[in-house]
Design a protein around this ligand. Sequence first.
Ligand code: NAP
Length: 331
Amino acid sequence: MKKVRLGIIGCGIAAKELHLPAIKKLKDKFEIVAACNRTEKKAKEYSRLTGGITYTTDCREIFKNPEIDAVVIAVPIELNYKFAVEAIKSGKHIFLEKPLAAKPREAKKLLALQKRTSSTCFLAENYRFDTLYLEIKKILNEKVIGDVYSVVWNVFNNLTLKDKYAQTLWRQKNKYPGGFIYDGGVHNIAVLRMLFGDIESGYASMKTINPEIGTEDTFSFLFNFNKSLHGALNIFFSVRGFHSNNLIILGTKGSLIVQSNNQIIIKKDGRKEQKINIKTDGGYENEFLHFYRIVKKGAENLSPFEEGYKDMMTLQRAFESAKKNRLVKIF
Ligand code: NAP
């Protein structure tokens, strides 16, 4: 079967450090034809890393190139809408980095616009394809810890301007609400929704501790999926002295815990704890593989724009709750 021929829009950290290793592992399925970046230096560097492919600073060249089947869009969040619109109009398949858009209005327009194309509109949410979360989903479906009644996820990060992501100017001067919370938290919401369905209502609090990395960086969200399952998500990006990522799922027969080290621990009263080590690259290879299967084999799109819309709107409505200091309906 022929390869999917890719055009790259945005040659920054995600494109070079997250996507490229995955695409290289799938070299029998993808061919990178050309790349575009705002500044030439990064486009040229990307070309060097990919064996000297064509590069440009004018992305229109990518959209009109008949040798390209699909575009991979990894640009600052506020540009997702503009490039997704151009991509839809071009008729090429689309692999669009999360979150779907910076603003709800833009996201709604994308949902409407995508109906005009029969091409694949894939929202690249790698956590949906991460073996860690897929394994947890399997364990929960098998009722190993009984019926889940609560989930608590605490993400503590100590980001400063030494961090490569914090060094990007568009993050420092974020043109969308939520800053790093929106950027990073959308992954957590995608996992929570994948495991437990849509969040129905919630109450959030949000603030900025370190304005150098943008606004906002500190977020607590208490929410209900339904009457029998509730949860709490705390995302702190300006924690000093330590970082950790702790997911705790409580069931009627036991508890499932994930610590930063990609190890699932199952604890039950009177039993030796069970540890399952997970090998994962964060889901990047799996998401590209899935994209290939949709485009070439007609597989069901497990991360359509509609899912991206629900992920981002969950956070947007939580931000609204924080702003208005009241409980809000989410979905
Ligand atoms: P980044 O390093 O700043 O990369 C963005 C790239 O887009 C930069 O190279 C930038 O070029 C380029 N760009 C900006 N305006 C452009 C334009 N008009 N035309 C063409 N290129 C343009 O940021 P990043 O960390 O890679 O993030 C990019 C996207 O990936 C975001 O949507 C982010 O949410 C997502 N992301 C996802 C993950 C994940 O785990 N899934 C991780 C990180 C990021 P200049 O620097 O020259 O302006």
